[in-house]
Write a protein that binds this ligand. Structure first.
Ligand code: 15L
Length: 276
């Protein structure tokens, strides 16, 4: 009998992993769910590991017998530099290094639109290869994650796909998310494509649904076999009127990172409060 495919998901207690867990469960696959926070036990055969992605020994133990790493761990929004450095940059390094030591062949990394948040939205579809222009410490950590992925692919032969995720929520919440939304079902389709792709080497791709109002090119994701089926447009009418009718010249729609590019996210000025 062939052994099951084992997929290690870091950040398993987080929002995106919670959406993905039931969607990625399938016969012949074991999900190993790792988080520093408690991950609920369910009747789905998942293996639960309580550990920090910054703990090398724990991560090496967690990577044993793993075929695919889906790295969603770390902080999912902006924080002071020390926290971002530890959780997102050092955590990514420890995770990839553990995966390498354990012979994990493939890693799918949760990068973010905030890696290129300062890119303008007016000049047509944004390619996945757009040069990094991070909008926050968090955005810098995602650039570092992509760079680590590149290193582990080129230096150690790991297959690494970094996905610049737009906004993965049950439904789009505002006018910007009509452009950046990745539906949970499409997120699962994208992960499945990343798992199934033949010899991808190192790639950076966009993670978004087939939104009528879109900013980013899905060519890279489609080349891996991703076929998105959702469109944020069906939620547009349900958004509150100010959001629905937002003038395209509104600052929140001028740059990919939206409000993260604005003064409220000027982290250096807010550093003392963000340290806590
Ligand atoms: C992200 O990278 C964040 O993790 C998420 O919380 C959202 O803010 C998302 O980007 C977004 O830009 O909508």
């Amino acid at each position: 009998m062939s052994r099951p495919q084992r997929v290690l998901i870091t950040g398993a207690a987080g929002g995106m992993a919670t959406l993905l867990r039931p969607r990625l469960a399938q016969p012949g696959r074991v999900l190993r769910l790792l988080d520093i926070a408690e991950v609920p036990t369910r009747d789905d055969g998942a293996e639960i590991v309580r550990a920090s992605i910054t703990d090398p020994a724990a991560m090496e133990a967690a990577c044993a017998d793993v075929d695919v790493l889906l790295h969603l761990g770390g902080l999912s929004t902006e924080h002071g530099w020390a926290k971002i450095l530890e959780a997102n940059i050092h955590g990514a390094y420890v995770t990839l290094e553990a995966a390498r030591r354990c012979g994990v062949r493939r890693a799918i990394l949760a990068s973010s639109n905030h890696a290129i948040g300062f890119v303008g939205t007016q000049d047509g579809e944004i390619d996945a290869a757009a040069f990094p222009r991070p909008d926050t410490n968090y955005g810098v950590s995602k650039v570092a994650l992509e760079a680590l992925g590149s290193l582990y692919a080129d230096r150690y032969g790991m297959e690494v796909i970094a996905v610049r995720i737009g906004s993965c929520f049950e439904r789009p919440r505002d006018a910007r998310m009509l452009r950046t939304w990745l539906s949970p079902d499409d997120a699962a389709r994208l992960v499945e494509a990343c798992i199934a792709a033949s010899a991808p080497g190192f790639r950076v791709i966009w993670g978004a649904s087939a939104n009528t109002r879109h900013w980013v090119s899905l060519a890279g994701a489609r080349a891996l076999g991703y076929v998105p089926q959702d469109d944020s447009e069906r939620y547009a009418a349900g958004l509150a009127a100010p959001q629905r009718n937002l003038d395209p010249a509104d600052p929140s729609l001028q740059r990919v990172g939206g409000a993260w590019c604005g003064p409220d996210w000027n982290t250096a000025e807010k550093e003392p409060e963000r340290q806590s």
